[in-house]
Design a protein around this ligand. Structure first.
Ligand SMILES: [Zn+2]
Length: 169
């Protein structure tokens, strides 16, 4: 089922997500729906708060649904190591049509649980490292405009307000 994506400034996007404690059929259904929603929107990742669920759940698939081996489910994830810096353009399904450059670590190691509650560690660099950091930020109630420079954030907020007035947001 394709879920509704909550857009900025809906409040759930700025609330920290609750840790997942039940690894049950409801969780697996939500994860499946989150992948379907991500593919329907041509995104590479989605965090549960973006579909109105304030929980620490992320799905990522850099292949846009083309390669099942690239499907990643991160439950209760944390960044445990970072290295270097990258400055690349990012988008967010909660900010349609907004793309801006954001500073992120170049490499990260994360620790997370899978759908069955098993802990694992994983390294990511470049785009995957950005996806990890962007999506984990969502679980802490941080949206990517707050990673932009103040100048870019203000320009972006102005653009959003204009679209809201025109009814295109
Ligand atoms: Zn996002």
């Amino acid at each position: 089922m394709v879920l509704r994506i909550f857009k900025y400034p809906e409040r759930v996007l700025e609330q920290p997500g609750e840790p997942v404690t039940e690894f049950d059929a409801d969780l697996r259904k939500l994860v499946a729906d989150m992948f379907e929603t991500t593919y329907a929107s041509k995104g590479i990742g989605l965090a549960a708060p973006q579909v109105g669920v304030s929980k620490r759940i992320i799905v990522i698939d850099l292949s846009l649904g083309k390669d099942p081996a690239q499907k990643l489910v991160l439950i209760n994830p944390e960044v445990i190591l970072t290295e270097g810096k990258q400055y690349e353009e990012e988008g967010c399904l909660s900010f349609p049509d907004i793309r801006e450059k954001v500073v992120r670590a170049a490499k990260v190691r994360i620790r997370a649980q899978d759908e069955n509650g098993k802990w694992f560690e994983m390294d990511g660099e470049e785009l995957l490292a950005r996806a990890f950091q962007h999506e984990i930020d969502h679980l802490d109630g941080i949206v990517f405009i707050f990673r932009m420079s103040a100048l870019k954030r203000n320009l972006t907020l102005r653009k959003i307000r204009k679209m809201q007035r025109e009814g295109t947001w």
